[in-house]
Each structure stands twice: as C-alpha cells, then as structure tokens.
Ligand binder design. Structure first.
Ligand SMILES: [Zn+2]
Length: 506
C-alpha cells in the first residue's frame, strides 16, 4: 500500500439557515478560502468544508411563518448560499448540510459513545431561555430589564424540562493540560488566553438534548428528545469525514476550524471535551477571526445593517470584493467595511496597481520582444526584491495574517513599477540595447508571475486570466514555481484591462 499524503483539513462555521447570506458570512468563507488556496499553492493536498446548520426551533419557526415545510425551507436557503459561494469563487471540496443522513448517523454515534463512556446523565433543566439565541441564559447574562442583550425584542422564557446532560465539568483539568501542551491551539493568542481563563474558572455540566424541539436529530434510543442544535451542529466537522466509517481518520482530526468570536468557547472548550469524552481525537487548531463592521454595526440579520452581499459584489465584481475584505480587515481582528474605502483600494491597488502592471508588462513583451518571454538572468534589483518579498509573504501567510500577505504582493507591484521607470525599456529598445532589454523584461515577467501566484488566494478569477496571458495554466501555479522557469520562452497574449475603472472614476 502506498502511503497517502495527509490532507490539510480546514473548515468554516456552518451557516444558520435563517436568512440570506450577508457580508459577515462572506468574510469568513472568503478568508477560509484564501487559507485553503494558500495551502494548495504550497503544494499541500487540502480538504475544505463549509455548510449549513439547518435544525432547531428558530428554523422551524421561520419555516412556519413562511408557510413552508422545514425541509423545503432549508433546501431553498442552502441553494441561495451555494450560489453566493460559487460566485465568490469559494473552492470548497464539500458542502455539508445538517439535514443530511450522513450527519444524523455521525451525531447519534458520537452521543452513543459519550454515553457508553459514562459522560451523559439525565436531569431536569430549568432556566431562562432565549429563542433568538436558542440558548439558556444565566441571570447575569440578561440586561437590566431581564432581556437577552442580543435579542432585546425577543421574549425570555423560564423553561423546565427533562434533558440529557453532558458532564462537561469533568473535562476542565484535561482541557487545561491540553492548552498547556498546545499553546497555539487557539489563535490569535488573546483568544487562547480568554478561553483558558473561562475553563480555569470552572465549567458547568451542560444540557445537550431538547424535549420540545421536533425539528432535529432524534436522541439515540430516545425519540422523545432531539440533540440540542448547538452540539449537533458542532459535529458537522466529524460527519463530513464519513465518521463512523473507519476511513474517517484519513481526514480527522481537523487541522483548522475557522470561526468567529461569538462561538470560540464552543469550539475551543466544548467541542474538544465532547470528542475526548467519546474517545476521539480533538481538532488540531482553531482560528478566530474578528467582525466586519459597517458604520459601527455588525453585519447580521438581527443588527439590521443594510448593505446586501449583492450590492457589495456588484460594486467592482467578486474578485475585487474578496481582495478588499481581506486587505482591509485584518484576519486576526475587527475591521470596517466602507464603500468609499472599497473604491479607493479598487482604483489604487487593483486598477492602477496590479492591473496596470499586467497591461504594461504584456504590452512591452509584445512590442519589443515579439511576444516571447526572454530567458531569465536573476540578478537585477527587482529579482532581489522579489526574493525578499516572497519570504515575507510566506511568513505572513503561514501565520494566517492574510491582510499582511496581500500587502506584500502589492509592495512588489510598486517595486516593479519603479523598476520600469528606472530602466525605461522604451529607451533601451530605441537604443537597440537588446541584452539590457531582455534582462529588464525577463525580471519583470518573473516578478509578474510571482505577484500573480501571491495573489491567487485573493483574486482566483483574475489571476487565472493573467496566468493564461503568460502562457501558463493557473492550476500549475505554486509557490515552488513562481520563478521564470514557469514562463520563460512562453508566448504572451494581451488582455483587456483586468480592473476597468467605473464610468464615474474614468
Ligand atoms: Zn438572545
């Protein structure tokens, strides 16, 4: 049997089937897609999973209000999310939906194993319950008027019901040991500290079933209960590996769960504890991105922020939106989306920056060298700048600092434009200096190929066009072959402007 290379298994949170995909959803998918594409660029096999969270009381209520059966309702929503991710070039390998049979099978088996190992007990839960959050609330979590601070308009109910409980309190010491052994388990580091403090304060046993929510996965061997939607949803990462089929270990444990700050506790404490309780391996890492704000408000349905994903994509196209979000919003913190900033970066970074460099380099190779990329000498200032910048790009991207990686690529665009001005290829052509001309355009073509590779995770559509113009296949681009050997001797083709200026700015 030949050994298989283990895949880098990366996931995003699955999206709640409760409305339209918005910019907040898109930011997470685009960032995770950038991470997945970067790993592929490094020559690693990748398995990238996204999906939909489709059970629970809120979904059932929304379907009822729309006069639809829950399954038909979530089918329609899943389709809208799929279409959006296709348009944004999200390169997922799997799209898991929690209403699929493969998911129900994995969830029931996971809870069966946790129960067999003695970590489930029966009890009565009583407490405040927010239907908006689908979560029980402690009194201290409520605002002055006894309302959920996230859903002040929703009713808070006092609920008492028989539930199955997970003995989470028993896993505190194990979690703390694990954090000590894997201090990078949660990144950025501030989030790791936050979680460590939460666990050190002591964990409570937690109710993991619901008695009155029929739209869910039946509790194993007790059909009067369903698995509480939070715990069921977390299990999607395991379901997508084919668990409990033996081959699930080809993918599991996941290398990276990419999530937002509101669910970091679930992923960094509860989820590893559930897996440990079932005798399964916990995930290897959790990355917590920040929020994208618009005029100070979070993008979400309940916050009522009105800039639709459609409007944002239509502004300058899907690739430009990807680039802007990842360049403008730090992947390790919060950031702000503004249309004004989007227009400024579109013009400066894309139209006048990368796009203009592509046009200039292709046009000069066409005009001065009959369209053939010259052999490559590798000893100009630009070649040295490229080597240094590539190293800094790799360091940034390895640390998931995507905004920093994009900035490095644009730095090299500026270096290449300065090199053109300093070398003045048109003057070299006029003077008949063929050697200097070939050296100059060789360095520029190599640099353009490198920049294009660096930008592939950010601009997958546009960079594929540039690859074809340079006579290479986008699928062959990797960080190992960004040098001239990839394009030397190729025939180039001129292309229309990559990032046309909108009429108002032209
Ligand atoms: Zn709430």
């Amino acid at each position: 049997m030949t050994p298989t290379t283990r895949k880098f298994y990366v996931t995003t949170a699955i999206d709640y089937a409760n409305g339209e995909p918005h910019l907040g959803h898109a930011f997470e998918k685009i960032g995770a897609d950038c991470v997945a594409r970067y790993h592929r660029l490094r020559g690693e096999p990748v398995h990238f999973v996204i999906g939909m969270d489709e059970h629970g009381q809120k979904v059932a209520q929304a379907a009822e209000e729309a006069g639809a059966e829950p399954q038909a309702w979530v089918d329609g929503i899943a389709e809208r999310f799929r279409v959006a991710w296709d348009e944004l070039g999200i390169s997922h390998d799997d799209f898991i939906r929690t209403t699929e049979a493969r998911h129900a099978r994995a969830v029931q088996e996971l809870f069966r194993r946790i129960r067999e190992r003695g970590h489930i007990f029966e009890g009565v839960y009583s407490g405040y319950y927010c239907v908006g959050c689908e979560a029980f609330k402690l009194e201290k979590d409520l605002d002055d008027q006894g309302r959920c601070p996230i859903h002040p308009s929703r009713e808070i109910k006092w609920v008492e019901e028989p539930n199955f409980f997970f003995r989470l309190s028993a896993f505190g010491p194990w979690l703390l040991e694990r954090y000590a052994a894997h201090p990078d388990f949660v990144r950025p580091a501030a989030k790791m500290n936050e979680i460590r403090n939460v666990v050190a304060d002591g964990l409570q046993d937690i109710s993991v079933s619901r008695a009155r929510v029929p739209w869910g996965i039946p509790w194993p061997d007790d059909p009067d209960h369903t698995v509480y939607v939070w715990f069921e949803a977390l299990t999607n990462y395991l379901s997508a590996t084919g668990f409990p089929d033996a081959s699930y270990t080809e993918l599991w444990p996941a290398d990276l769960h990419i999530i937002g700050p509101d669910i970091v506790r679930f992923h960094a404490a509860l989820w590893p504890a559930m897996l440990e309780a079932a005798g399964l391996e916990p995930p290897r890492g959790v990355w917590c991105h920040g929020w994208v704000n618009l005029a100070g408000a979070r993008f979400s349905k309940s916050a009522g922020v009105h800039l639709t994903l459609r409007e944002a994509i239509d502004r300058h196209g899907p690739d430009a939106l990807r680039y802007f979000l990842l360049r403008e919003v730090p992947w390790d913190g919060d950031g702000t989306f503004s249309l004004e900033r989007f227009d400024v970066r579109y013009t400066a970074d894309l139209a006048d920056g990368y796009g203009n460099l592509v046009s200039r380099v292709l046009a000069m190779i066409e005009r001065y060298l009959d369209g053939t990329v010259p052999p490559y000498a590798a000893d100009t200032d630009l070649d040295r700048a490229r080597t240094t910048t590539l190293e800094r790009y790799v360091a940034a991207m390895d640390g998931h600092l995507l905004h920093d990686g994009a900035a490095r690529a644009l730095e090299l665009v500026a270096d290449a434009n300065a090199f053109i001005e300093a070398r003045a290829p048109w003057a070299l052509a006029k003077a008949g200096n063929r050697a200097a001309l070939a050296e100059t355009l060789g360095a520029l073509a190599a640099t353009l190929a490198a920049i294009t590779a660096m930008l592939t995770p950010f601009l997958p559509g546009k960079t594929a066009t540039v690859c074809r113009a340079l006579g290479r296949d986008a699928a062959d681009v990797s960080l190992v072959t960004t040098e001239m050997r990839g394009v030397s001797g190729n025939r180039v083709r001129k292309i229309p402007p990559l990032f046309p200026k909108p009429p108002a700015a032209a």
